[in-house]
Design a protein around this ligand. Sequence first.
Ligand code: SF4
Ligand SMILES: [Zn+2]
Length: 139
Amino acid sequence: MSVSSVLEIQQMPLWEKLKAKGTPLSFDIEITARCNNDCRHCYINLPMDDLTTRAAELSLAEIEEVAVRAARALVGSAVETATGDQSTALGQVADCPQCGRSHALDCQSRDIAVRGGMATVGEPVGHCSTCRRDFFPST
Ligand code: SF4
Ligand SMILES: [Zn+2]
């Protein structure tokens, strides 16, 4: 009798949502293909003294740059996903805070600063023709 099972992420209901949004979840960096331990389960098995492989590896500064860019992309993506969810929760219509009339909402694209970079978010905006003003509903 089996006490465990394997469920690929593509089989999970959450996968379709993540795939549609193109949301990165994590990242890994393999900094070398060389290792002297030769563990049986591992494919990182080129010899430590393989100078051709060593010459093709990234420098420490390059690895740092890749990691920083990946982290920025993760933060930006998380912010864009979260604000997108908020925007969807608001619906298509909102009341003008001044006169109370209902108006359709548009979505304005806006670049915002996030930790380590920028993210482009869709900001819901309504326009009240009576009050002649834009308004920005919040959840
Ligand atoms: S798992 Fe792979 S990388 Fe880690 S020590 Fe073993 S051979 Fe080296
Ligand atoms: Zn109004």
